[in-house]
Design a protein around this ligand. Structure first.
Ligand code: SF4
Length: 377
């Protein structure tokens, strides 16, 4: 289902594509460069403020482009300093963008690592059992401009919160993870175009190796990603070390079982060096046995992958449970004893994974798509 907005987003353009459109409309092509200096370094919210452009060009830009294809309705900060931004699109759809702060040992909160988690679709068709994003199914793909606009909005909020860091823009963040609402590789072309804008010097100039794309395991698109020249990182939501267990959690495993997923991941790792992470949500008595840990260790060693363990977070309507701390520790110890590097995330993991999409669902169910902020913190 394609949504055609009243005006295209300015954040979906490149200097070349905008230059062509300018020329068609009778404006000099070189103006594109000036316009881009306003769009990314200064996060312009309208053409009116572009004072070095002629008035007729500013009018043309305002008539032909949307500068805020996503609008922040509100933000919510959790105890572990995860900040969720609810953003509304022009058709009223809601998506989430999350800022995660991970304090580093021995340094204060202001030196914490900061990651932005972005969405790529409205809803999701993949139906992973632990995830709220897919509960209402897939509605549509985000456009290039909507994907990029989420990051522009994060920068605008940061500019207000900390004017001293405003000049840094996106550079003040350490990583971007494409792990919000939607299966990123199901919106492959728009995602790649958006990430090229994020990476380009005329865009955000954000390094490809600081961007991680997280997939539920869309094998043909993993192989396509392996051929890209920009070396984005890849995270695979594994959550089961055998087909039998994985199928209970990830319906996609029926289409792309482990015999296909693991060779595809291996191809990606071979082409792009050691840039693979396996995400594994620990669910009591479902996938947290020692046998699963041992089978997971075999896969992780084969792929030279890092394992991220995330204790399950309750989803309404499912009676799965989070394992006890003892069971979580037993699992991670077994992996490490078998030579795997593994991290056990006690809190932030479920904020960005199991709970993804929950703020949007809460908002849609209680209020509909109006403009009332969810929470301002
Ligand atoms: S985890 Fe990702 S792919 Fe799976 S349902 Fe949620 S949004 Fe979709």
């Amino acid at each position: 289902m394609a949504f055609k907005p009243p005006k295209p987003s300015i954040h979906g353009e490149t200097p070349d594509s905008l230059g062509l459109k300018l020329a068609e409309a009778g404006h000099p092509k070189y103006r594109a460069g000036q316009i881009f200096e306003w769009i990314y370094p200064r996060r312009a919210e309208s053409a009116e403020i572009m004072t070095n452009l002629p008035a007729n060009l500013r009018v043309w830009l305002a008539e032909n482009y949307d500068f805020t294809s996503t609008e922040v309705l509100g933000h919510k900060t959790s105890q572990d300093v995860t900040q969720k931004l609810l953003q509304r699109l022009r058709d009223g759809s809601l998506i989430e963008t999350v800022i995660i702060r991970a304090p580093m040992e021995g340094v204060g909160q202001d030196k914490s690592r900061r990651t932005i988690c972005i969405s790529t679709q409205v809803g999701c068709a993949y139906g992973c059992k632990f995830c709220a994003s897919g509960l209402d199914g897939w509605k549509r793909d985000l456009s290039i401009g909507e994907i990029v606009s989420q990051l522009v909005q994060v920068c605008r909020i940061e500019d207000q919160a900390d004017p001293a860091r405003a000049a840094e823009g996106l550079a003040s963040f350490d990583n971007i993870v494409v792990m919000g609402m939607g299966e990123p590789l199901a919106n492959y072309d728009n995602l790649m175009s958006a990430l090229k804008i994020v990476n380009a010097q005329w865009g955000f100039g954000f390094g490809a190796r600081r961007v991680t794309i997280s997939t539920s395991g869309v094998v043909p698109k993993i192989l396509k990603l392996a051929e890209e020249t920009l070396g984005f990182r890849l995270a695979i939501s594994l959550h089961g070390a055998t087909n039998e267990v994985r199928e209970k959690i990830m319906p996609i495993n029926k289409k792309y079982p482990l015999e296909e997923l693991i060779p595809a991941a291996k191809t990606f790792a071979r082409e792009h060096g050691r840039m693979l992470t396996l995400e594994f949500i620990l669910i009591e008595e479902i996938n947290d046995s020692l046998e699963q840990a041992q089978k997971l260790a075999v896969i992780a060693r084969e792929l030279h992958a890092h394992v991220n363990l995330i204790p399950y977070n309750t989803v309404e309507g499912l009676d799965w449970r989070r394992p006890s701390i003892t069971r979580q520790d037993r699992f991670v110890k077994e992996l490490r004893a078998l030579g795997v590097t593994a991290t056990l995330r006690r809190e932030k993991g479920h904020d960005i994974n199991a709970a993804c999409g929950q703020l949007r669902l809460q908002k849609e169910k209680s209020l509909g798509a109006d403009s009332t902020p969810v929470a301002e913190v």
